[in-house]
Write a protein that binds this ligand. Structure first.
Ligand SMILES: Nc1ncnc2c1ncn2[C@@H]1O[C@H](COP(=O)(O)OP(=O)(O)OP(=O)(O)O)[C@@H](O)[C@H]1O
Ligand code: SF4
Ligand SMILES: [Mg+2]
Length: 326
């Protein structure tokens, strides 16, 4: 099968106020298959939003894409002109931003907000626009499409507002949706509901999805593959089943150990402290060697000397760590 979106050797930096370039993504490569859900995991500052924004060229003004290619349906999005990008953004690839509370207009009914997305991309007549808006609400709010469509954002719960953003993202029938921490501000039950909505849409519409999160638990039973970013580099990438069940990179292992387990029995009053990953990626990046070395509990002498290359553990599982180099 051919990837629908192919990210090749992507390098992105931010220009600092002093004029220097600070790398945010280095040599990121992966392919997204049609209909696939790729979970992108990493702690704060690891480059997840930079990755999301780079794919559709929606980055802060001081960002510089310095190398790489993003191939989508025969076009390199990094070299596409403004017209080509307009044809693709929202229509073929949609991005759901990290801050849902800022994304909706507070004094406009949400149905109208979805209708405006459709009107901006398609030259449909009034009747067709209304019909298509209704169909989108039927898909995302099958229980009560009309009530939600006529509501203002403040009349909806956080989960319902998030679903409106999903409705906007799928309105024009994209084949790829990039969702940047779409459930971060929701309670666990609502998070699961939103994952259910995404799963449904994937099944019905065949959407491929890049689902960004810092919470590995959300990817269990949801993502097909998992890509772990550390300090803007790919630490590990493989099938969700493999990476979530037996992570190999020391960072992935530490990340998984630092979240609460959900299978403690009721009444279990265990007082074990969750292990934290000591240090901070922003402050402890070494000048050379493995980027995770200052925080790694499995480091070796070589880890300070040079950076590990990606090692193929299988045809679909790569890890950037000297422990696996032969
Ligand atoms: N506008 C900017 N100017 C300068 N540096 C930036 C800018 N935006 C992001 N960065 C830096 O780029 C790196 C990656 O940031 P990014 O926002 O992509 O991380 P993230 O993984 O999305 O984090 P979070 O989980 O907090 O959303 C960080 O070191 C961050 O400080
Ligand atoms: S290369 Fe070395 S420092 Fe880096 S993750 Fe592997 S063992 Fe740890
Ligand atoms: Mg982010």
């Amino acid at each position: 099968m051919i990837a629908i979106l192919e990210i090749q050797d992507l390098h992105v930096s931010y220009r600092s106020s002093g004029g220097g370039l600070c790398p945010a993504l280095t040599s990121v490569s992966f392919g997204l298959m049609p209909g696939e859900i790729m979970g992108v995991l990493g702690e704060s500052g690891s480059g997840k939003s930079t990755l999301a924004g780079s794919l559709v060229r929606l980055l802060p003004a001081n960002a510089r894409i310095t190398r790489g290619a993003v191939q989508f349906e025969g076009t390199d999005l990094l070299r596409a002109n403004a017209d080509e990008l307009r044809q693709i953004r929202g229509r073929r690839i949609s991005l759901i931003f990290q801050e849902p509370s800022l994304a909706l207009h507070p004094t406009m009914r949400v149905g109208e907000q979805v209708r405006q997305v459709l009107a901006a991309h398609d030259s449909l007549g009034k009747g067709a626009l209304n019909e298509q808006t209704r169909q989108v609400f039927d898909q995302v709010f099958p229980e009560e499409p009309d009530r939600i469509s006529h509501s203002y954002p403040h009349q909806l719960s956080g989960g319902q507002r998030q679903r409106v953003l999903i409705a906007q993202a799928i309105a024009c029938g994209p084949s790829v949706v990039i969702a940047d921490e779409p459930t971060a501000s929701l309670d666990p039950t609502t998070q699961m509901e939103i994952l259910g909505v995404f799963r449904n849409l994937r099944e019905k519409l065949g959407l491929a999805m890049i689902f960004i999160t810092h919470n590995p638990a959300l990817l269990c039973g949801f993502a097909d593959r998992v890509l772990v970013l550390y300090a803007g580099k790919v630490a590990e990438c493989g099938s969700a089943e493999t990476v979530l069940a037996s992570p190999r990179h020391p960072y992935t292992k530490a990340l998984f150990h630092s979240i609460p387990t959900v299978f403690d029995r009721p009444g279990n009053t265990r007082k074990t402290k969750l292990p934290a990953i000591l240090g901070d990626s922003a402050r402890s990046l070494p000048i050379r060697g493995c980027p995770f070395e200052p925080r790694c509990t499995e480091k070796m002498d070589i880890c300070k000397e040079r950076e590990p290359a990606a090692v193929n553990l299988s045809a679909s599982h790569t890890v950037s760590c000297f422990k696996y180099e032969s």
